[in-house]
Design a protein around this ligand. Structure first.
Ligand code: SF4
Length: 309
């Protein structure tokens, strides 16, 4: 097992490297596209996308394997990437503070090894369990970034769509506590929902402003595999209006909605970062002017990408 792996997520300014202590995520968000990604599909013992949230495969031995890898994988080596920032993202394809982490502490042990080895760690979670590790994070705060997703602040809606994740109001409190302890934070306004509007975006931006987030990302709902159908089913009983607004979520609609949301966010916050993979997709659906406007906010292409173009 190689715990730390290179990642293309640097294009989203998320990390040069990624480490996932678990396969699966007990939070079971219906929008989640992780179960449709190869890193999960080929390592989850044959579970289907609809099983997401009902299984968790801890990576037994990851702490020992990481200790071995860190003998060679130094912070200098971590910076030898196209982005060259050396951030290790914890995690992508799982939530490193999935409820079982309270007992197993794989994330905590890996985190301790990474920070003591001098690495920069970026934590992404929908759980307030991260507060358990605040003492450790504060001790290395110049190399730590704490992030959460806040696509909206409605706890009732979140209970329907993210059944076992910490409620948005509590995640906001977690950010407040992190900020109060001197930890730098960032926020993912993701996934932004097709039934939401600028009022929702404004509300999120207003509430997170006091914590001076280093970055704010935005990705509109990304249709992958069965996630749209699963969300509509989850919303049907208590949120029929929202469920019906998700019908006809076509590729064209997705591109146009992405344009609206990102241009709105970019006008309000210059650190509002669009996601490059979405940008590649929308080129077929937007005008040249719209694409050029958004291109200004993306990282420059790498030498390899220029050669291909
Ligand atoms: S918390 Fe993140 S990884 Fe877990 S189900 Fe939700 S979106 Fe997916």
């Amino acid at each position: 097992m190689t715990p730390i792996n290179p990642s293309g997520l640097w294009k989203k300014r998320l990390g040069d490297w990624v480490i996932n202590p678990y396969v699966g995520c007990e939070h079971g968000c219906y929008h989640c596209y992780c179960p449709a990604m190869p890193g999960v599909k080929f390592n989850n013992q044959g579970h289907k996308q609809r099983d997401w949230g009902r299984y968790l495969l801890p990576k037994v031995g990851i702490v020992e394997a990481l200790r071995e890898q860190l003998k060679r994988f130094t912070p200098d080596k971590a910076r030898t990437t196209e982005w060259g920032d050396g951030w290790i993202l914890m995690s992508f394809l799982t939530d490193c503070y999935t409820p079982t982490e309270a007992k197993l502490k794989l994330t905590q042990q890996c985190l301790k090894l990474l920070l003591e080895a001098g690495h920069k760690v970026r934590l992404q979670t929908r759980s307030a369990l991260i507060e358990r590790d605040f003492d450790l994070l504060v001790a290395h705060k110049d190399r730590v970034l704490v992030g959460t997703s806040l696509p909206y602040l409605d706890d009732r809606l979140a209970r329907a769509l993210e059944p076992r994740a910490t409620a948005p109001s509590r995640r906001l409190k977690m950010l407040q506590r992190a900020h109060a302890r001197g930890l730098e934070v960032y926020v993912c306004v993701a996934p932004f929902m097709p039934f939401h509007d600028r009022k929702v975006m404004d509300e999120v931006l207003r509430e997170i402003r006091p914590f001076s987030p280093r970055e704010i990302f935005c990705e509109v709902l990304n249709p992958k595999g069965d996630n749209i159908a699963m969300m509509r089913e989850a919303l049907q009983t208590k949120f029929p209006e929202e469920a019906s607004r998700m019908q006809n979520y076509s590729a064209k609609y997705w591109a146009q909605f992405t344009w609206k949301v990102l241009s709105f966010g970019l006008k309000r916050n210059t650190r509002f970062i669009p996601w490059p993979d979405t940008q590649r997709f929308w080129k077929t659906h937007l005008t040249v002017e719209q694409t050029a406007f958004l291109d200004r906010y993306l990282p420059p292409p790498t030498a390899g990408e220029l050669a291909i173009a």
